[in-house]
Design a protein around this ligand. Structure first.
Ligand SMILES: NC(=O)c1ccc[n+]([C@@H]2O[C@H](COP(=O)([O-])OP(=O)(O)OC[C@H]3O[C@@H](n4cnc5c(N)ncnc54)[C@H](O)[C@@H]3O)[C@@H](O)[C@H]2O)c1
Ligand SMILES: O=c1ccn([C@@H]2O[C@H](COP(=O)(O)OP(=O)(O)O[C@H]3O[C@H](CO)[C@@H](O)[C@H](O)[C@H]3O)[C@@H](O)[C@H]2O)c(=O)[nH]1
Length: 324
């Protein structure tokens, strides 16, 4: 049995949909930003907080959990600058409770959703796992703190773990049954598509004076389905003992500027966008692009789906939401 914490969220629900094909799955989620409707019906759902030791003790006593996959977090860069307490409380303090409780119940395998935001402003064009980590916002710092804690727990308590540093997750399931749902939505691709569907008046481009070719921020967009397949491989590697501890980047290896993403959305949907240029958003680095060579070498994973596939799948999902 696998415990997926945060399995009602965007990325967690895509992983659960794959995982239930081969494993029994329990989802723990407090629905603070997730939706019960996203959870595959084959999974057992428990509504509760990962910082609540009573609920955790119950779960670990009731089910024989082989591994914990931890997606639950607050994860908005801008919000973390405005409200850092929320980030250190939920992403660090509650996660410590989860780790402590699982170890008390002899559960030793842990997969952690980390982020490109741990790198801060990288001094290289293509980020490897060796690139220095100097996060520039509380969100990135909260994730890096857990990475350090995992290293210490592994040394002291023989915890096995894999840290997956995702770059920008986007796209929807090929069935269009589940997709990106955040309320309020702050992520670039869903905002563009909602605008192109007439749900928003315009798109704000946050900053046009970055040191990039067109002045807008560059990100590496990775399909949520590719993220799910990386998790399945990571889980196998932990459960079979192939890997005891590791950190992997998950990205496509290609960077797209905000302007390029808007143009690609226009091309795929055939609708023109109304664009407003505004100030930079606090906490945004200019460029984040991954090398995922390490996980390719060690587990044979690479991203299969490009920006066009990401946007096309997200478009199907968003059109379906509008009809509801
Ligand atoms: N979306 C991205 O581009 C991206 C990129 C890098 C890393 N990540 C990381 O991936 C993970 C998932 O991100 P997402 O976009 O799916 O976010 P999300 O908000 O859709 O999902 C997070 C889920 O965790 C749940 N949750 C939050 N706090 C909880 C708590 N205390 N107890 C129980 N449940 C709780 C929420 O209800 C939600 O269902 C996060 O850890 C995030 O930091 C996301
Ligand atoms: O209305 C908008 C929304 C976003 N952006 C820009 O678009 C880029 C992407 O922004 P967004 O989609 O909000 O993602 P990020 O802030 O890059 O963060 C995502 O990607 C990170 C990894 O790179 C994760 O850690 C975070 O959890 C996840 O939210 C950034 O340059 C934003 O400034 C705009 O210009 N206008």
């Amino acid at each position: 049995m696998i415990l997926v914490v945060g399995g009602a969220g965007y990325i967690g629900s895509h992983l659960v949909k794959e995982l239930v094909k081969t494993k029994e799955v329990v989802v723990l989620d407090n629905l603070s930003t997730g939706f019960e409707t996203l959870i595959d019906k084959k999974a057992i759902f428990i509504r509760g907080d990962l910082g609540d030791p009573n609920i955790l003790n119950k779960i670990f006593s009731q089910y024989k959990i082989d591994a914990v996959m931890h997606f639950a977090a607050n994860s908005l860069v801008g919000e973390s600058v405005q409200d850092p307490y929320k980030y250190y409380q939920n992403n660090v303090s509650a996660t410590l409770t989860l780790l402590n409780t699982m170890l008390k119940h002899d559960v030793q395998n842990f997969i952690f959703s980390s982020t490109a935001a741990t790198y801060g402003i990288p001094d290289v064009d293509i980020i490897t796992e060796e690139t220095n980590t100097h996060p520039i916002n509380p969100y990135g710092r909260s994730k890096l703190m857990i990475e350090h804690i995992l290293e210490d727990f592994s040394n002291a308590y023989s915890l096995n773990y894999i840290v997956l540093r995702y770059f920008n997750a986007a796209g929807a399931h090929s069935s269009a049954q589940i997709g990106e749902s955040h309320n309020p939505e702050t992520h670039l691709i869903p905002i563009i598509l909602q605008h192109l569907l007439g749900e928003r008046d315009a798109i704000s481009v946050f900053g046009t004076d970055y040191n990039t070719p067109d002045g807008t921020c560059i990100r590496d967009y990775i399909h949520v389905t590719d993220l799910a397949s990386a998790h399945i491989l990571a889980l196998q590697a932990l459960l079979t003992g192939k890997i005891n501890t590791s950190v992997f980047n998950l990205g496509n290896g290609t960077g797209y500027s905000v302007k390029e993403v808007i143009e690609t959305c226009e091309e795929i949907t055939g609708v023109n966008a109304n664009i407003i240029h505004t100030d930079r958003r606090a906490g945004d680095p200019a460029r984040l692009v991954a090398s995922s060579n390490k996980i390719y070498q060690e587990l044979g994973w690479k991203a299969e789906l490009d920006l066009q596939s990401i946007i096309a799948s997200a478009w199907e999902w968003h059109k379906k939401q509008l009809k509801k």
